[in-house]
Design a protein around this ligand. Structure first.
Ligand code: ADP
Ligand code: TYD
Length: 203
């Protein structure tokens, strides 16, 4: 079977990292030797981005766009493309739709951001699982996860509402929108059912 590129998206606190990890474990159980990656990546640009996000000042949006694009260039060249070339499936926790939704919510045009990404020929996802939750739920989960401590600059209700709207407006045939308020295992089962129906994994 050809390697697949599966992306998990959602607002902060939606539960997408939990689902990406569960899905990665599922692919391993099929002996597929998958790779689990995330953006911002753990590389040089991703580290810079995380430092900025945990600060108190929101950097200019064009600067943020540039940093995320550099991080994605680096991640795709060093991790995503080599994995797919060596026939490993890739499970991604955030990818370029996050770029359009977040930097779109910061004021840029989401379509322009999608075009900037596609112009760079980053691999296209085979499927995007969008874990959809209202910001109130997401923010409650974040404070429980962080034990009420520091929040990143994007973790504000009105902002996340905008991010969610842009994600939903971008959803094309590659997206499956999933109710993220369901229990973790129910969400996982829905994802696996979709995956098995859509891809001939035992071919
Ligand atoms: P994200 O990567 O979208 O920020 P996480 O996967 O880290 O979200 O989940 C945020 C918090 O919510 C974690 O503490 C996680 O255990 C919890 N969580 C994840 N999925 C669910 C769910 N379906 N129902 C309730 N809590 C969840
Ligand atoms: P992440 O660590 O996935 O956050 P969380 O686990 O809380 O969901 O991502 C960090 C932040 O980076 C998140 O608020 C979304 C933002 N982001 C962008 O603004 N643009 C992008 O292109 C990407 C990949 C992430």
């Amino acid at each position: 079977m050809s390697p697949l590129f599966i992306v998990f998206e959602g607002i902060d606190g939606s539960g997408k990292s939990t689902q990406a990890r569960m899905f990665h474990a599922y692919l391993r159980s099929l002996h597929m030797d998958p790779v689990l990656l995330m953006e911002p990546s753990p590389g040089e640009w991703g580290k810079k981005i995380r430092t900025l996000l945990s600060g108190s000042v929101v950097p200019p949006v064009e600067e943020m766009l540039e940093l995320f694009l550099r991080d994605r260039e680096d991640d795709s060249r060093r991790n995503i493309i080599p994995a797919l070339d060596s026939k490993k499936s890739v499970v991604m926790d955030r990818y370029f739709h996050s770029n359009a939704a977040y930097q779109g919510a910061m004021g840029l045009e989401a379509d322009r951001i999608l075009s900037e990404n596609r112009r760079r020929s980053f691999p296209e996802p085979d499927r995007v699982y969008f874990i959809d939750v209202p910001p109130v739920t997401a923010l409650r989960r974040i404070s429980e996860r962080n034990k009420g401590e520091h929040r990143d600059i994007f973790e504000k209700r009105a902002f996340l509402e905008k991010v969610r709207e842009i994600f939903l407006a971008m959803a094309d045939d590659s997206f499956l929108i999933i109710d993220g308020e369901k229990p973790e295992h129910e969400i996982h089962t829905m994802i696996i059912e979709d995956f098995q129906n859509r891809f001939d994994i035992f071919a």
